[in-house]
Design a protein around this ligand. Sequence first.
Ligand code: AMP
Ligand code: MG
Length: 502
Amino acid sequence: MPQAADDDRLTTARIPFDNTYARLPARFFVRISPTPVRRPRLVRVNAPLASHLGVDPAWLASVEGVEMLAGNRVPGNTQPIATAYAGHQFGGFVPQLGDGRAILLGEVVARDGARRDIQLKGAGRTPYSRGGDGRAALGPVLREYLVSEAMAALGIPTTRALAAVTTGEQVMREDLLLGAVFTRVAASHIRVGTFQFFASRDDLEGIRLLADHVIARHYPQAAGAEERHRALLEAVVRAQAQLIAKWLLVGFIHGVMNTDNMSISGETIDYGPCAFMDEYDPKTVYSAIDRGGRYAYANQPAIGQWNLTRLAECLLPLLADDEDDAVEQAQAALAAYAPAFEQAYQTGLRRKLGFFTDAEGDPVLARDLLKTMAANAADFTLTFRRLSEAAAGPEGDAAVGSLFKDASAYDEWALRWRQRLQQEPGDPAARRLAMRLVNPAYIPRNHRVEAMIRAAVDHEDFRPFEELLAVLSHPFDDQPAFTRYTEPPQHHERILQTFCGT
Ligand code: AMP
Ligand code: MG
């Protein structure tokens, strides 16, 4: 396969790469450069993120920068790699996955002192491509760009979008589509599946090296613990419990929570068939390939536990020499997951309902609202947003009630809510403000995302992408010129299925 030749390397070091993963043993990855593309064109650079990473956004958008983003030239001061991993996909174990179309350019230490990966997704074939072409199509690249940035603005741990370019080449999917390369930024690209790769090969030394790399990089507090690998497992369990609670609190459905798509750092990763739900229904599934609803909205906490159990199995040999002892330790660490999730979820719900204090009946009150929403096809995002306004006084109730098929079902619940609010300190205006900061007005609604993709892909019109991105970067603000983006789809606009788009 053609690769960026050494003499095509960018000689001036525009990005201060410092690659720790590439210093791990050779079996962790393969060294490979991106495959050049015909005609790179910049779609967008994320300037604030670039600056945060210590990369000059103007350079990134220059001819030279775009050549790097397209994979046509590789910085001279880095060692690009494709990483090895395995994973359970829809419950079935695949011992060899790996970056089939993603190439890690390297790591940089951002302004906040945290190390970040910079990875090109869609950069050409690698030894892990299996049957795939190593490429990405423009539509899924724009979806990942938009949704990951929306998640970041919502305050949810996530990989980020540094840039997108088109390649001037076509990729063969169900149709011929314009190709694109997405530049992803992540705390790391280490997954539960990375541990599974070594565990399934009985490579104990690999597991240990990986675990210690992860501790140093993501969970340094575990390094000082008496049992550092147990502390690592506990930290990952906590991070995932909190992450998945955050997803539920904004109506996010990941769609493909395979173990290779669960980041060890606790960031949301892999935006394939993901979507936000409009009407609240815990059974909601968008992904066309998820026929059994394994990754349905309300199944996500349980799947998190399932995936973490797979991680714990990999770590068993590090937890104790005696197998029974190791299993006991793993079970104790995993047992913290459900309470950690419940705590994060209930705390989040309480804030969404405007409670600063903690009362015994709160979980039931929250559950009953959700039940009423489900029975009345109420829009998840709008219900909580309008509830924030209703916190200022009952004159706001009509707007919430109008979201329910039967407004009186909301009114009945609202009586109980107002009674509970009477026990709360703080004035209604402060409550309204606090609620508006946790109940977004703007989420990437699926029909808007699809329309944005159609405009870009079918008409080369990137204005909807730019506009939606700008609106979603301030999800908690009222933006009077863009109230249309707060609205759920009309019946005929609904998008009920999403596709991986690989
Ligand atoms: P995903 O469904 O995106 O999580 O990908 C699952 C696996 O398939 C990973 O190992 C990917 O690297 C690989 N993969 C997905 N799409 C492609 C593609 N177009 N070419 C090569 N490998 C791919
Ligand atoms: Mg993946």
